[in-house]
Every structure is written in C-alpha cells, then in structure tokens.
Design a binder for this molecule. Sequence first.
Ligand code: NAP
Length: 307
Amino acid sequence: MENVLIVGSGCAGLTAAIYTARANLNPLVLEGREPGGQLTTTTMVENFPGFPEGIDGPMLVMNMHKQAERFGARFEYGVVTGFEPGEKSHRVEIDGAWRETRTLIIASGASARWLGLPGERGKIGHGLTSCATCDGAFYRGVPVCVVGGGDSAAEEAIFLTRFASKVYLIHRRDELRASKIMADRVLAHEKIEPVWNSVPVEYLSDDKGEMRALRVRGVKSGAESEIGVKCVFVAIGHTPNTAPFVGHLDLDENGYIIQKSGTRTNLPGVFAAGDVADHVYRQAITAAGQGCAAALEAEHYLTDLEA
Ligand code: NAP
C-alpha cells in the first residue's frame, strides 16, 4: 500500500514529490511516456522565477527530480492502464500490474494534438513539430507555417517571425479564435500571411525526407494548393492525459480533470495538478504551484484518514 502515488514527472508531479517526500510520506512517482514532461521539449525557460539569466528546460526538471530524490521520493517508469476507486484507498493499474494507494496525485499533463495526416509520426523532427520555442531557431531565413487559429498558434506565429523569412498561418476558418490582442498582432505583422478557410491534407518532403511543402485544401472551394515551407508547426491544442480515469473522475467537455476545491477531484484522496487540469494557464510555474497544493492537500487528507 502506497501513501502517495504521483502520476507524472513534469513540473507538477515533481513539485508534489518534493513536498510529500519532505513530509516523510515516501511518495512513489510514476514516470510515463514523456519523463520530465513538456519542459524537456523546450530550450531556455526565461520566466521561471529565481533564474534571472533563464534556465535550460531539461536542466530545470532534472534539478527538480534530484531535489525530490534527495528527500526520498522513489521513481518508477510505467504508464497507468487502469483505475478502480475505493473508499479509503484506490487501485491503479500500471502496465497491467495493480497497485494500491491511499492518495493519488494525477499530474499526467497534456500532449500536443496532431493533424492525423498520412506519415505524420515519421515526419516529426524532420520539418514537423508542435513546439516553436524548441525548434523555431532552426529555421532562420526560410518560410515556415503554423496550423491553427487559437492563442497558441498566434503566439507561435509571432515568435517564429524572429527567425523565419515568412510565416503562413493556416486556419480552417476566416476568423481567429485567439484573443483580440493576439489576433490584432498577428494580422498586423508584415511577415505573417494568413491562409484562411484552409486545411492541411498532405506533408510533402524532399528527397532527404525533410519538409518542402504543405498541401492544403480550401474548405469552401475544395481546391488544393502547395505552400512551400521548411517546417510545419502544428498548434491545434492539447489533449489531457486522462484516458484511464474516464468514467471515474469528473472531466470537462475536453477531457480535463475538474478540480472541486483546490486540487481536489470528485473522489476523496485523488488530486489533480498541472496541465491535466489546467487548459488556461499551462505554465511551468502554475503547474509547480498546483503540485505543491496537491501535496499539502494529500498530506491533510492522510492525517484525517488516520484520525
Ligand atoms: P485552442 O484555443 O483550442 O485552439 C485550437 C485551434 O486549432 C483553433 O483555432 C481550432 O480551430 C484549430 N484546430 C483544432 N483542431 C484542428 C484540426 N484538426 N485541423 C485544423 N485546425 C484545428 O488551443 P490553443 O491555442 O492551444 O489554446 C488553448 C488554451 O490556452 C486557450 O484557452 C488559450 O487561450 C490558452 N493560451 C493562452 C496563451 C496566452 O494567453 N499567451 C497562449 C497559448 C494558449 P477553430 O478555431 O476552428 O476551432
């Protein structure tokens, strides 16, 4: 029987691990498919307080990991494949083997959504990415495109103008979903060219397997055309990693865990922290803050359980 099982080893999970380990709760942290979470796919993090010169993303999570280990947190690799809630403890299936825990902190994050076009997986890293901050600097002086019309797409398009010669913004409608201030900035930018009412249909690679163009189809006209770009940045939102908890935890219409008060979920002893429950802020520091809150709430819950 575990006291605290933490699912996820990004900023939220690792902060929960530091706090519960320091409280002598001997937490077990489950590192899933993307150990370290989304920060491992970024380069410089300039807005995490305490690092005036910025800090390398993977270094920041590695430091958090070491800090949690120093206080006795245990780490295992594994993916949650099933979940059975109970009254005073919960059963969690990890790669087919069931474990039991008094408290569960779900910090499994959210994963970037992809378009689902043929050959997509194999093209990631060869001119196809979901992270402008990670890969933008590789595309200096060449045309690129961003797919999507939300705040992420707008932010990425603006960021990419620092490097690219031109940024096409491909959106399936003729109006951006992004907030007005971001949309205005995008539309006023001389390097950004919106391609309205268009959906990507095919990635076109050169003979070295690198991106050379994106084929798009006009939603209204049905006509297809090729846009010559060296990289496609997909920014069509994220999917929270909540699949094993469907039917047990209250989720919103997009699958994010609903926090009832603080980080508490609808189930006693189950807490949610970070991007798995937050589609609004999605910052390393807010995820870390929620990880801390979840740890403190789990600690109080365990104290009450013993009383
Ligand atoms: P989002 O708001 O859900 O926008 C996703 C965009 O992708 C939409 O424009 C959508 O089109 C488009 N899209 C979705 N599926 C598509 C598909 N299969 N093919 C083509 N286009 C597709 O996601 P987000 O931009 O990642 O933002 C998520 C949340 O984080 C939002 O609340 C946002 O405000 C927030 N955020 C804030 C900031 C900031 O304030 N600095 C930065 C980033 C994100 P439709 O518009 O037609 O649905």
